[in-house]
Design a protein around this ligand. Structure first.
Ligand code: NDP
Length: 280
């Protein structure tokens, strides 16, 4: 019997995770099956589906919206990144315990540094947004050695509260800014600007002046499958800025989860090539 894995969310039909993990399993010769489970909209639906999956031999799960908070709450133990994010995107049953991880931030850093060839050590990084995606990205960005980190949001108070909460977990030498995007004209340019807002989903962009993008830098939209988003178009109006969407982050967090479950890290290049849609 192959080992069972799944992604759980609501809705879930759009998820690329079953395809990605099936490709990983084929490439690494792992005997496993991977399915999509809809946790439904009813209260308690996630927990019921989780326990039913475990009873039927489930070994691990990816978790997507809207269950990432509940996944953390359901776990017996959680990684530092999952606790800092306040959310889990991967679970495994291991030695009788349910363990939680959050690989979104690690996936983001790996995509930027390895796939896109943009080193982060010593760089100035701006993260736009103060929701779950930003929360999950901050510790991994700090571990990558960024020198200056700004978290700016449409609602300034949310960015300030988020950084206040996480500051104790960040290196003291890291220069931090938080507040509204209206601070941007007063700040030096950033080598990497990450759009961690959901603005692109409604064909909108956070308010960023072109001067915020340092020449030779990278503009990264966590959203994927939307082509050249208004944020990426805005970045292109600055001189010599490369643009990327979040498909690599998706694939890299999947590879991290796969390695955590199976003990073998799949190559991501081929999967990334198959999923990448040209931006222009
Ligand atoms: P949340 O709903 O938790 O947060 C949304 C954030 O976006 C808030 O800070 C909100 O600001 C801001 N925002 C929304 N609309 C606008 C707008 N029109 N202009 C400016 N700011 C806006 O979302 P998440 O943090 O969970 O996700 C953010 C994005 O990241 C999503 O689009 C998601 O698809 C993507 N993502 C991609 C992943 C990947 O693997 N590539 C993984 C995880 C997330 P305010 O506080 O003012 O409301």
């Amino acid at each position: 019997m192959p080992d069972r894995y799944a992604v759980i969310g609501h809705p879930i039909a759009h998820s690329k995770s079953p395809q990605i993990h099936t490709w990983f399993a084929e490439a690494t010769g792992q005997d496993m099956v991977y399915e999509a489970i809809d946790g439904g909209a009813e209260p308690g639906g996630f927990e019921q589906a989780l326990h039913a999956f475990a009873r039927h031999g489930g070994r691990g799960m990816n978790v997507t919206l809207p269950f990432k908070l509940q996944a953390l709450a359901a776990a017996d133990v959680a990684s530092d990144d999952a606790r800092a994010a306040g959310a889990a995107n991967a679970l495994r049953w291991h030695e009788g315990r349910l363990e939680a991880q959050n690989f979104d931030g690690v996936g983001l850093v790996r995509d930027i540094e390895v796939n896109l060839g943009q080193p982060l050590r010593g760089k100035a990084v701006l993260v736009l947004g103060a929701g779950g995606a930003t929360r999950g990205a901050l510790l991994p960005l700090a571990r990558a050695g960024v020198a200056r980190l700004a978290v700016l949001n449409r609602t300034a108070s949310k960015a300030v509260a988020l950084l206040d909460e996480l500051a104790a977990n960040l290196p003291p030498a890291l220069a931090l800014h938080s507040g509204g995007t209206d601070l941007l004209p007063g700040l030096p340019a950033f080598d990497v600007v990450i759009n961690a807002t959901s603005a692109s989903l409604s064909a909108d962009a956070p308010a960023v002046p072109p001067q915020a993008f340092a020449p030779g830098g990278l503009a990264y939209d966590m959203v994927y499958g939307k082509g050249l988003t208004p944020f990426l178009r805005l970045a292109q109006s600055a001189p010599n800025v490369r643009v990327a969407d979040g498909v690599g982050m998706l694939v890299e967090q999947a590879a991290e989860a796969f390695a955590w479950w199976r003990g073998v890290r799949p190559q991501t290049d081929d999967v990334l090539k198959r999923l990448t849609v040209p931006l222009a």
